[in-house]
Structure formats: structure tokens, C-alpha cells
Design a protein around this ligand. Sequence first.
Ligand SMILES: *Cc1c(COP(=O)(O)O)cnc(C)c1O
Length: 383
Amino acid sequence: MFHTSHIEISKSAYKKNIQYLKGLVGSKTKISSVVKGNAYGHGINNIVPLAEANGINHFSVFSAAEALQVYDAKKPKSEVMIMGSVDDNEIEWAIENDIEFYVFDNDRLDKALEIAEKIKKRARIHIEAETGFNRTGFSYDQLPQLVKKLKDNQQYYFLEGLCTHYAGAESISNYVRVRDQIGLYRKFARYFTHHKLIPIIKHTACSAGLLMYPTTIMDMVRLGIAQYGFWPSPETQMFRFRKEVGDINHLHRLITWKSRVMVVKNVEAGEFVGYGSSFLANTKLKIAIVPVGYSNGFGRSLSNKGRVLIRGKRVPVIGTVTMNTITLNVTDVPSVERGDEVVIIGKQKRLSISVASFSEMSNDLNYQALTRLPADIPRYIVK
Ligand SMILES: *Cc1c(COP(=O)(O)O)cnc(C)c1O
């Protein structure tokens, strides 16, 4: 009620994904569930309890605002780690609430040490190494200064981790770059060990790292896209397929996005459908209007291109996607009536619309298509 579409999230699909991924990760390595971007569009408040029910008790986010959402959704024992943005005034909140956070430059380190001293509580920090992504992280030549500062201030922090992030582990074309990053990370780790600074855990792998480069697994893996049932790229899927022979379908999409037909009507030959003149009916048509448009996450670029499922058939979007509606050509499904279920992403009877096909049409990645699903569409957990 009160919404024009909703998203279902499959509990059983999540469980299967985690079982498969746990098998690859091994029993000695912890999994951190990456729930930035509103849990890749699935909703932080949905995914956190699901992950906990599957034995995961560590969560990674980008910002302090997301950490707060996880904090409200998690069990007391679960941990939260901020990989990106924490303002100076959020650091105090993070330290007070045992939130772990990345430290990737001197400003943040100084601030963390200063606040830890002020509030008499140790900051739980992960030192990020810049190994070639060229985003955040201490560079190798900053290490002497960094190590000195860390040694001089040991009472103000716990060195929870030493970490890095790979630039393009999802494609073999980046092999040299990733291999160099792995090598440089090891150099960082040796430098720390040599100076008797021992991080509690070492972690570097994202989904693609886990799937393509087993040496990146270490003490913890930060799993985003794979837990939601998507391969980081078609290449990673083929790579696992060649290793595992047999069942190619180890990852299962959790989400199904559904709406309903709002209006059904006929259009005479020679009429235009929608704004402007992008669609001309050549013959008499039956059309159905569905109350989902670009403001609801159905991109305008899918005008005259998108496909959805209705009564178990695939039907085309005709004319322009408007702010709040799409129009379907349902001439070939004459029984369609108001109130019929429309599947925008997911399965209906024997057909399925993948996020990839939904997004390929607009040249987006799964990552982008998922995180663009508006947060205000209600999400429900289903079996
Ligand atoms: C997003 C992110 C991940 C997870 O990446 P996936 O490809 O979704 O598994 C891991 N580490 C960092 C630093 C990230 O930003």
C-alpha cells in the first residue's frame, strides 16, 4: 500500500551465496559484508540481520552516516568498519562507539590520536596502504614517518588492520597492475612487521580478489557484490566456471522488483504514444501503463528499449519513460488487465530479467544499476 512498486529480497538466495563464498574463503578467514550504497540497493536494515543470521558479524561501509545505519540495525557484538569518509567531528562518535575506521593520511591519524587522548579511549584503526589504485592510502615513502608516529602513540589506538584495495581485480587485462599491487602490499606488511607493528588482521580482497586471486584472501575478505548474487564481471564468472566445472550458477540474485498494471487501453494505428513522437503505432495496439518511471529508478534511457515481464511473457517498453510511468506494448498478451503483476527485475514463470540486461541496455554496471534503486521503494524479505 502507498507505493507503486516494491522489491523482494530472497533469504534463501542469500544463504546459498554465503555458503558458496564461505567455501572459497575458508574457515580461518573472516567475511566482512560490504553494505555501502544502501547495501548495494538492498537496504542496510535488510541485509545486516540476514548476514548475521548467516554467521557474518563484520560490516564495511563507506561513510559515518552509513555506519550509523548499520549500528542501528546490527546486534551488539557485530563490528562496523568505515572505509572512506569520516569527518573530524564524526571521529569522536566512531571512537566512542567502537567503530573501526580506515586511516589513510596524516590528518586523519592526528585527529584520531588527538580525540582518543581527549576522550581517553583508543581508536580502532585500519591503516590503508596506497598500492596503485591512487585513491586513498599512505604511500610507501611515507612509512618511516607513519611508523614513528604510530610507535610514539601506541596507547591511543588498536591497530586493527593493514589493508589495501585493488584497482581492477575483476579483469585479467589488469593482471600486471593487480600483481604489482599485491607485491607492494606485501612490502608494506614486511615493513610493519620489521618495525614490530603487528596489525591484528590483514585484509585486501574484495569479491573479485577472492574469486580471481586466492593469495589476496588473508585474514578477512570484504565482500560486496558477490554476496548479493552478482559476479563482479562476466570474466570472473567464466574464470570460476573453468575452475569448478559443472554448476555455473553459484551466485543467486536476491532481488525481484515488481509493480502492477495501472491502466490498460487501446491505441489506433497512426497514433503516437508518449511524449513527443518517439513511438508511432503502425497497427492497432493494446497498451498497459505501469506506475514506475525515472524518478523510481527506471532510467529514461530505457525509453523504447526496456523489457519487463507480464503474465509470464516479455513485453517491450514503448515511447518515452516518464517521471512516474512506463508504457508497455501488450498487444501479444491480450488477457492483460489492470492489477496484473509486472516484473521489472527478476523471475516470472519461466522468464527472467537480470539486472545485467536491465542495465546493459543503458550501459551501466550491476553495481550502478543496483545502487540507483531508490531507497524509498519498500523492500521485503521473502523466502
Ligand atoms: C566496495 C568495496 C569493496 C567491495 O567490493 P565488491 O567488488 O563489491 O566486492 C571492498 N573494499 C573496498 C575498499 C570497497 O570500496
